[in-house]
Structures are given as structure tokens and as C-alpha cells.
Design a protein around this ligand. Structure first.
Ligand code: AMP
Length: 299
């Protein structure tokens, strides 16, 4: 499969059916955490949310994957298709899209999680490189397409996403949070979980806190989900952009895109603090919080 990703990518760039934007990467640290700021001045040419939405009022009509563009298809499965991102900022950015229209605002099903993790593992083992999977869900999450899609990218060489270093939660039924990071985020360690139901439980462990956080602040649910073979992390969101800098799931592990020098300066100044503005503050776990039920903490 990975060989097909590489060769299709090269062919599609050559034929002009895939628009690959060259970028400059600026590795940095935020409070001891690895971050990479990326300058992509040509990104403004990519169709944004507004352009996608004005096409139709029917969500299914707004999907670019009914059907997917033939020369971007990597693999057809019974329920999902693996496709290349048509507007790539990083090489080999690929997506797992549902064959039928499913809403991006709904939670991932156990079957979606199973398919997404299978694909992640396959990409890791076939390429020898570590990948990150991500799901932007809700109007404030940075998502632009309403048709369900989980995305995948190669992690930059020697980049350590901060959840790799986050200590475990004090109790098994609680998600972990990293004190170095200023925004609310909820990490479920996977402990080599491979079973579909257990994966769904881990997802719910992280997601339930995102739901609680949005509910507590009385905002509609929007969140970013990022995952590796080792952990899943949910970040509740309150807004999708600041200073015209749109941040999606990748921003939550410190991979932040700027479209101009001015935006880059802003990103370098605020770093992961941007996520606190666009999400919620990282509040330490209250003493005595013991269990989660229906997404709410019991005291
Ligand atoms: P999001 O913005 O999080 O909803 O992710 C949607 C992704 O799909 C973006 O990265 C787009 O660049 C990408 N995309 C948009 N149109 C197409 C298309 N026709 N084929 C493949 N990918 C697309």
C-alpha cells in the first residue's frame, strides 16, 4: 500500500491533479515541548471552508469523495476508501473516507477506529516511519469537509509529540494531561490495545472529557483527535482560528501552519498558547475527582 501512496503522489503532482505546496519548517520548543512551525505562503490558494460550503446546502453534495477522484485513490475497502489529500502541504498526506456519506460531526464508530488504526499500523510498518492519525470534528475544530474522513501524516524525523512523554493519569479510568501544555487536552494511553471495543473505550475516555469541557462552557461540541499506536488525545475547541490562523488537530501536537511572515511571527510569539485561546485552559485535575460517568466528573 505505501508504495502506491508514493507512486500515486508523484504521478498526481506531475499531472497537476494534486497540488503540493512547498513549505519551510521551523523546529522550536514551547516550554520544553517539541513544536514545528511551518510557513506555507501558497496555502491561501487552497479552497477554504467558505469556498467548499458555498457550493451547496446539502452536506452530501459538498463532499469531494462521492466518488473520490480516481487518480487519488490508493485502496478501496468494503466500507472505506484510502485517498490522497488533493491539497497537500506535506508529502504523502492521505485520508480514510467512508464510502457512504457519514457526518464528520458524529463520533467515530468502533468500526471507524478499527479501520483507522489498521491503516496507521500498516503505514508505519510498510514505510518504516511513524505516522499520526487525526480527526477534526465540529465547526470549531478546523474541519472543512462534512463527509467523515480521518487523516494521516508522516511525523517529521526526530520530532517527539508531547503525549509520548506525558505521565500516566493517577487512575486507570482517567485520561492524562501534560502540565507543560497550557490548553485542555485529554490523553488515553493505549497499552497495545488492539481490540475494537477496547479502542472504542479508550476513545470515549478521551472524548468524554472534551464533551464535559464544551458542556461546562456551554459551547457546541468541537474537538480534535490525534492518535498514534501508543495514545489518543482529544482537545476540546472553542474557535477554529485566530488572526486568520486556522488550527486543526495537528496544531494540538505543535505542528502549526502560517500563511505569511506576519502570521509566523504571531505563531512564534504565542506557540501552544494559541490552543488555549482557541480551546480551553489546562486546569489541573481537581483533588477528589474519582470517576467519569456519562462524560461528567463525579466528586
Ligand atoms: P479538513 O479540512 O480537516 O476537513 O480536511 C479535509 C482535507 O481534505 C483537507 O486537507 C483538504 O486539503 C482535503 N481535500 C479537499 N478536497 C479534496 C479532494 N477533492 N480530494 C482529496 N482531498 C481533498
Amino acid at each position: 500500500m505505501y508504495g502506491a501512496i508514493e507512486s500515486r503522489f508523484a504521478d498526481a503532482v506531475k499531472s497537476g491533479n494534486l497540488i503540493f505546496t512547498q513549505t519551510t519548517q521551523i523546529p522550536a520548543k514551547y516550554n520544553g515541548v517539541d513544536v514545528i512551525y511551518t510557513l506555507a505562503p501558497a496555502l491561501a490558494k487552497k479552497p477554504g471552508k467558505a469556498e467548499v460550503e458555498k457550493n451547496s446546502s446539502d452536506p452530501a453534495q459538498k463532499s469531494p469523495w462521492l466518488p473520490p477522484q480516481e487518480d487519488l485513490i490508493i485502496e478501496k475497502q468494503e466500507k472505506y476508501t484510502v485517498v490522497l489529500n488533493k491539497f497537500a502541504v506535506a508529502k504523502y498526506h492521505f485520508l480514510l473516507v467512508t464510502n457512504e456519506f457519514e457526518k464528520q460531526t458524529k463520533p467515530l464508530s468502533p468500526g471507524d477506529l478499527r479501520a483507522a488504526f489498521d491503516l496507521l499500523k500498516k503505514a508505519n510498518s510498510e514505510s518504516g516511519k511513524r505516522h499520526i492519525g487525526f480527526y477534526n470534528s465540529g465547526t470549531n475544530s478546523g474541519a472543512s469537509i462534512p463527509h467523515r474522513h480521518v487523516q494521516f501524516l508522516t511525523l517529521p524525523d526526530s520530532f517527539v509529540p508531547f503525549p509520548d512523554q506525558t505521565p500516566r493519569a493517577r487512575k486507570a479510568n482517567m485520561p492524562a494531561s501534560d502540565t507543560r501544555v497550557p490548553f485542555a487536552h485529554f490523553i488515553a494511553h493505549l497499552d497495545n490495545t488492539d481490540d475494537e471495543e477496547l479502542l472504542a473505550d479508550k476513545y470515549m475516555l478521551a472524548l468524554s472529557r472534551a464533551i464535559t469541557t464544551c458542556a461546562r462552557h456551554q459551547v457546541p461540541l468541537s474537538y480534535n483527535l490525534v492518535f498514534t499506536e501508543q495514545w489518543m488525545m482529544a482537545t476540546p475547541r472553542f474557535q477554529d482560528k485566530v488572526n486568520d490562523i486556522s488550527i486543526n488537530s495537528l496544531g494540538t501536537i505543535g505542528l502549526i501552519l502560517a500563511k505569511s511572515d506576519e502570521q509566523l511571527k504571531y505563531v512564534e510569539k504565542h506557540g501552544l498558547g494559541l490552543l488555549e485561546e482557541l480551546g480551553f485552559a489546562n486546569v489541573p485535575e481537581p483533588e477528589g475527582a474519582t470517576e467519569i460517568d456519562d462524560g461528567y466528573i463525579k466528586y
